[in-house]
Design a protein around this ligand. Structure first.
Ligand SMILES: *Cc1c(COP(=O)(O)O)cnc(C)c1O
Length: 390
């Protein structure tokens, strides 16, 4: 019987060195030596040799991190990158060619939207957006040249959820790759491979690090798909640094318990806020009032760490709410042990027109909370007092 994910995230380890260290060693080296000229020649005759050559190609600390994520996601292999965006971009560059078409959820991470709309068209790759709340319309959007379907579920910041089995049933017969950004859920909460996804992408910067320290990204999937991705990353260089891989692989040892606590606190916060007089809507995947609650229950083991709500007072209330917070941080990250509040309409998305904001699911009063690991009573108390003052 295979071990539980909680155990695998702790016990998968690169081979110990002669020092017999207990914890994961950090191989902070750019290259590796050979015993002989013959060994060196042999290393270069294969596309992906078993030996380490150079840390842009492979590194034992990075490999441990990749192996853990692949196992946790229930798949075979992976490639690690310096950031989540490098993982997204490398995936597009590896599998798309001039004349291809991408079908993507409209609610995707801002920089992913920029790649799709600003850069891919430069190379003759077009994309079409679908609304995650209208899944029945997706089938009609496939084109003969559609190569890849891209989705984040739950989405950011709208927390829209889409049925991955449905997407897989549309992609499989057409030979379209189903690529899922699983950043918001992490493999401890949702394993898209089980629902038919082909490739899983993570920004490891978020919950996988979980303490706001390093950037990182990873793509996992079957060996046949990972091999061309590996060659792309090996040759073009967006590789993950061994130091960041070491931080991230150690973080995975606590991911399961962290996600449990994040989700327990997030659910408590969402329930607590549901009837608040200053709010018109509270959204959390595991609240029965979430429009896709049934799908969330089917494909996620808990609701994750992100709660959003709508302030009745709109833009001005949002600004006041942020300024009234005493403990929660105002920062662009999420998935940290520290709770974080953001109000996109008055900060990150303030330059967008009302139509543009609506297209990415941002309303004037929308507040996003990344629920951290502080005591839930302190999180609720800070949000309560800020609501009183906005
Ligand atoms: C942050 C994020 C990314 C980008 O990751 P970086 O590590 O910042 O490059 C991609 N997708 C989602 C859903 C994210 O939240």
């Amino acid at each position: 019987m295979s071990q539980h994910p909680q155990t695998q995230a702790i016990r998968i380890q690169t081979e110990r060195t002669g020092e017999k260290e207990h914890s994961t060693p950090l191989f902070l080296t750019s290259s590796f030596v050979y015993d002989s000229a013959q060994d060196m020649a042999a290393a270069f005759t294969e596309e992906s040799p078993d030996v380490n050559i150079y840390s842009r190609f492979s590194n034992p600390t990075v490999d441990e991190f990749i192996q853990k994520i692949a196992v946790l996601e229930g798949t075979e292999d992976g490639v690690a990158t310096g950031t989540g965006m490098a993982a997204v971009f490398s995936t597009f560059m590896t599998f798309l060619s001039k004349g291809d078409h991408v079908l993507s959820a409209s609610a995707v991470f801002g920089s992913t939207h920029t790649i799709l709309t600003k850069y891919l068209p430069k190379w003759g790759i077009e994309s079409t957006y679908f609304n995650m709340n209208e899944p029945e319309k997706i089938e009609g959007l496939f084109q003969p040249n559609t190569k890849l379907l891209y989705v984040e579920t739950p989405s950011n910041p709208g927390l829209d959820i889409i049925d991955l089995e449905l997407l897989s049933s549309l992609c499989k017969p057409r030979g379209v790759l189903l690529v899922v950004d699983n950043c918001f859920a992490t493999p401890m909460v949702q394993k898209p491979i089980l629902f038919g996804a082909d490739l899983i992408i993570h920004s490891a910067t978020k919950f996988i690090d979980g303490q706001g320290r390093v950037l990182g990204g990873v793509i996992v999937g079957p060996k046949a798909l990972i091999h061309p991705l590996y060659l792309f990353v090996r040759n073009t260089g967006p590789s993950l640094s061994p130091f960041n891989a070491w931080v991230l692989t150690k973080s995975l040892e606590t991911l399961a318990i962290r996600m449990e606590r994040h989700a327990e606190s997030a659910l408590r916060l969402a329930k607590h806020l549901e009837d608040h007089p200053k709010l018109s809507r509270v959204r959390y995947p595991f609240l029965p009032s979430h429009p896709q609650y049934a799908i969330a229950k089917k494909q996620m083991s808990n609701g994750g760490a992100i709660v959003t709500f709508e302030l009745k007072g709109g833009l001005e209330s949002g600004r006041k709410f942020l300024n009234a917070l005493k403990m929660l941080s105002m920062t662009n990250n999420l998935g940290d042990s520290r709770s974080i509040a953001s109000h996109p309409a008055s900060t990150t998305h303030s330059k967008l027109s009302p139509e543009e904001k609506a297209a990415v699911g941002i309303t004037d009063g929308l507040v996003r909370i990344s629920v951290g690991l502080e005591h839930i009573s302190d999180i609720i108390a800070d949000i309560e007092q800020a609501l009183d003052n906005c």
